[in-house]
Design a protein around this ligand. Structure first.
Ligand SMILES: Cc1cc2nc3c(=O)[nH]c(=O)nc-3n(C[C@H](O)[C@H](O)[C@H](O)COP(=O)(O)OP(=O)(O)OC[C@H]3O[C@@H](n4cnc5c(N)ncnc54)[C@H](O)[C@@H]3O)c2cc1C
Length: 51
């Protein structure tokens, strides 16, 4: 399957680095994050779907 979409639960260090690697390998990662954080709010606005 070309460019498979992959759901990642959580925008912590593990989720973000996983998304980076998957994108590098040609996947389309979608990060789902349950909570808001001042520290990662910018990242959330740019790449994370809040659920
Ligand atoms: C008080 C404290 C201080 C620390 N200080 C340092 C430090 O100075 N330097 C350092 O290197 N490390 C530090 N750490 C450790 C560091 O925070 C962790 O090692 C790192 O955050 C782990 O990353 P993670 O992605 O595995 O988990 P997390 O960072 O916990 O990320 C998991 C994410 O998943 C989300 N999530 C959970 N359930 C769901 C769900 N059902 N749906 C959607 N999203 C969900 C959570 O909201 C969270 O954002 C500290 C930890 C603590 C508790």
């Amino acid at each position: 399957m070309a460019n498979p979409r992959v759901a990642i639960i959580g925008a912590g260090a593990a989720g973000l680095s996983c998304a980076h690697e998957l994108e590098r390998l040609g996947c389309q990662p979608v990060i789902y994050e349950i909570s808001r954080s001042d520290v990662v709010d910018y990242i959330h606005r740019v790449v994370v779907k809040i659920n």
